[in-house]
Write a protein that binds this ligand. Structure first.
Ligand code: GAP
Length: 492
């Protein structure tokens, strides 16, 4: 599937808009629209519920984005959070040195009187056989030698813009868990192993952002720092190695649980030379994005690097007292680190299907019901009938006490169904003449409505009085096929 399809659907249906679009857009910044914010909140909510609220060994924090500047000295980000960049001497564009050959390149071919061609990434010119040596964008300028470029955004704290006031927007949420290690340990009286989780914004001045919300300069992370006792063994293995593998499997399973298909997920072990400065071992969960296999999240074994560094730079002990061995230990850390925006992109890409229904194309987002931005749409069959509209609006109000529900009467019913399919709404409720009857003819309604299920498009007739119970069962995980058997099918 093509990324442009998702970009266009996202804009058309209110998931993601380009930031400051009316001013021409801001490089690599995106705004989540009415449906995007629901989807994003749902992803964060289930992540928090599954990895924090339901676990006895997890707690959460919500730390400030601006931290003491020494945090970034201690963590190594000031010295080592860099990418090599090269500049074009002609057009002044900047590229990541290790990415230049991964983009298509502009070439003025000497074998064709200097005609301009755009040649696919990594390939030579088909006419003259030359490979890229100049700027891939303008095709004219020499590139400078690589220089290291720090990815942290600088800012100033307070009214004076001098070196003393210099600080940074956090490039990862992780460091707040390390600097708060002792606060959390003491206030919550925790025993190893335990984890601290946080979901929040991070900022990186990426040299080559792009691919929609895949790589941006402002994004959200969901990170866990899971502290273990390095002197312990679990199932015959060092505790950090055991827990690292456990988290890798748990994270992979989590994405599968919310709908990512197994064939689109894989694990990738980092080579020794690509490990971050703090990591003993890192495994990425990769997803087969529209741009190809790429990192969805990383799970690193950060050893005791961060706690030792912060202890050294702050002068505060960051240790855990092991009651059994009567010794202070510096815990090791396993870090499952996911990007919210990348997870959202993966969930959208995986949910997207184009189907043919009665000779017509149907676009449907088969979101897991927990992630779907809208859970139910209530639709009146005839918007000119006040009694039908009134009943539909009352149903919307009642259901909205429990779920995110919309009312829509702005098109014919077939069109309304397609609209809800396209944004992944699992269920539509339709109110029709049969529901309310016809008072002029003295016919009473049956007080039943049609529920239509998104994926099968099956329809059943359910009493209005049972709607909340039925939807509660469905959203609690009951299968549609089982539930549908209890009700008569609707005439479709
Ligand atoms: N604390 C470790 C850490 O930050 P990372 O691999 O640099 O590790 C973790 O980031 C996750 O954050 C990535 O797997 C990705 O999902 C997300 N992420 C990182 N940089 C991003 C960017 N520029 N845009 C969107 N998401 C990003």
């Amino acid at each position: 599937m093509n990324m442009d399809v998702l970009v266009s659907l996202s804009k058309r249906r209110g998931f993601v808009f380009q930031s400051s679009e009316i001013y021409g857009g801001t490089g690599s910044c995106w705004d989540y629209g009415p449906l995007g914010v629901e989807l994003k909140n749902n992803i964060k909510r289930v992540w928090w519920r599954d990895f924090v609220q339901t676990r006895a060994d997890m707690v959460g924090i919500d730390a400030s984005i601006l931290m003491h500047p020494t945090v970034w000295k201690a963590s190594g980000h000031l010295d080592r959070f860099t990418d090599p960049m090269v500049d074009c001497r002609e057009c002044k564009r900047r590229f990541r040195a290790d990415h230049v050959d991964a983009v298509s390149w502009v070439h003025y071919c000497p074998a064709t009187k200097g005609n301009k061609f755009t040649i696919p990434a990594g390939e030579p010119c088909g006419h003259c056989g030359q490979r890229r040596t100049l700027c891939p964008e303008c095709g004219k300028g020499e590139l400078t030698a690589p220089r290291q470029f720090n990815l942290m955004f600088k800012t100033f704290m307070g009214p004076v813009e001098d070196e003393a006031a210099l600080t940074y927007l956090r490039p990862e949420t992780a460091q707040a868990m390390f600097v708060n290690f002792d606060n959390v340990l003491q206030s919550m009286r925790l025993k190893l192993p335990f984890g601290i989780a946080q979901a929040g914004r991070s900022f990186r001045n990426e040299i080559t952002p792009g691919n929609f919300i895949f790589r941006t300069r402002e994004f959200e992370q969901m990170e866990i720092e899971y502290f273990v006792n390095p002197n312990e063994r679990v199932e015959g293995r060092p505790a950090d190695e055991y827990w690292h593998d456990r988290w890798i499997q748990d994270c992979l399973a989590w994405f599968g649980r919310y709908g990512l298909r197994a064939e689109n997920l894989r694990l990738r072990e980092h080579d020794r030379d690509e490990l971050a400065h703090y990591a003993k071992r890192t495994v990425d969960v990769e997803y087969n994005f529209p741009i190809g296999w790429s990192e969805l999240m990383g799970i690193a074994n950060r050893t005791d690097f961060d706690l030792r560094q912060h202890a050294k730079w702050s002068g505060k002990a960051l240790t855990y007292f092991d009651e059994e061995r009567k010794e202070h230990v510096v815990p090791y850390v396993v870090e499952p680190a996911a990007g919210v925006d990348r997870a959202l992109l993966a969930f959208m890409a995986d949910a997207y299907r184009e189907e043919e229904v009665r000779g017509e194309k149907r676009v449907v987002l088969r979101f897991h019901p927990e992630l779907a931005p809208l859970k139910i749409a209530v639709l009146p069959l005839l918007k000119k009938r006040d009694d039908i509209v009134g009943a539909a609006q009352t149903i919307r109000t009642d259901l909205a006490q429990h779920w995110r529900v919309v009312y829509d009467d702005t098109a014919a019913i077939g069109r309304l169904y397609r609209r809800q399919d396209e944004v992944g709404t699992p269920y539509c409720v339709t109110v029709d003449v049969q529901t309310v009857g016809d008072s002029e003819r003295g016919e009473a309604g049956d007080r039943r409505v049609t529920i239509r299920e998104r994926d099968s498009m099956e329809q059943i007739r359910v009493p209005i009085a049972e709607l909340v119970t039925v939807f509660r069962e469905l959203f609690d995980g009951a299968s549609w096929s089982q539930l549908a058997k209890q009700y008569p099918p609707a005439r479709g």
